[in-house]
Design a protein around this ligand. Sequence first.
Ligand code: NAI
Length: 308
Amino acid sequence: MKVTVVGAGAVGASCAEYIAMKNFCSEVVLVDIKEGFAEGKAMDLMQTASLNGFDTKITGTTGDYSKTAGSHVAVITSGIPRKPGMTREELIGINAGIVKEVTQNLVKNSPEVIIIVVSNPMDTMAYLVHKTSGLPKHKIIGMGGALDSARFKYRLAEALESPISDVDGMVIAAHSDTGMLPLLSKATRNGVPVTEFLDDEQQKYVIEETKVGGATLTKLLGTSAWYAPGAAVSVMVQAIACDQKKMIPCSLMLEGEYGQNDICLGVPAIIGANGVEKIVNVTLTAEEQLKFAEAANAVREVNGDLKF
Ligand code: NAI
């Protein structure tokens, strides 16, 4: 299977690395606009192949999309990341232009492609791809929930003083500091609700730290994170490549699900060879329903800034 990753920066290169390391794809093509950058990243990664024991072929190109032809999956990470103090929404002006152009180039060369959108503000960028690509909705998947859920589990394990493999939890709604909805009511430690172990203060800590997980890292790193985003994308690509039918929260076009229409928001879905195989309906508490609706209103406002 051939995968294209557009943007060979921090997140794009991390995606390519994790995909290659897991050895489930025959080829990864990195694309960047910066002269020689994708070629350099590809060569450096290929020189880890004998050390890390993978056979995936990684190549790079400076904007030659003919090299991406026949891609089964394409990941869009091109665009600018946020700096400390910025919100994801502030990136819309520059990133919308880049995502639109990249999408057109991808679809022209791979009409059957499944696109995973990473560039921020991600829910709005996923919506833009729906409106401009001509692809069916099951082939456009925004990456946010997989990463945010991993951050949620990290904070749950920290608060519970337990191994991460003992905890399970999911984050839905928007991929933004305010619109993220960690589903504490459904989180478990080996099947037991975490609410039985954590007091109110601890619950509040886990939720707040999860929501600002990206901002915390941006402050520490001076730019946004890349290891966990790259790993999250690789899990989604593997679910498609290996037809795993894995349940992953993703930003998807909603048509009535969760009471919303004509908007991309994070919801759990079964991901397999066809992309989105099914949106899963999880019963939300009244408070969660309200928060989901508030997140939708905020994303809708950002979507209003798009020009098609
Ligand atoms: P980066 O600056 O390291 O890499 C972006 C790359 O895109 C650069 O190498 C740049 O040359 C390239 N690029 C720009 N315009 C392009 C074009 N027209 N065609 C091809 N390549 C182009 O940024 P980083 O840290 O990799 O972040 C990338 C994006 O991913 C940002 O928008 C960031 O906010 C977003 N992000 C999203 C996450 C999510 O959970 N959805 C998590 C982390 C980052």
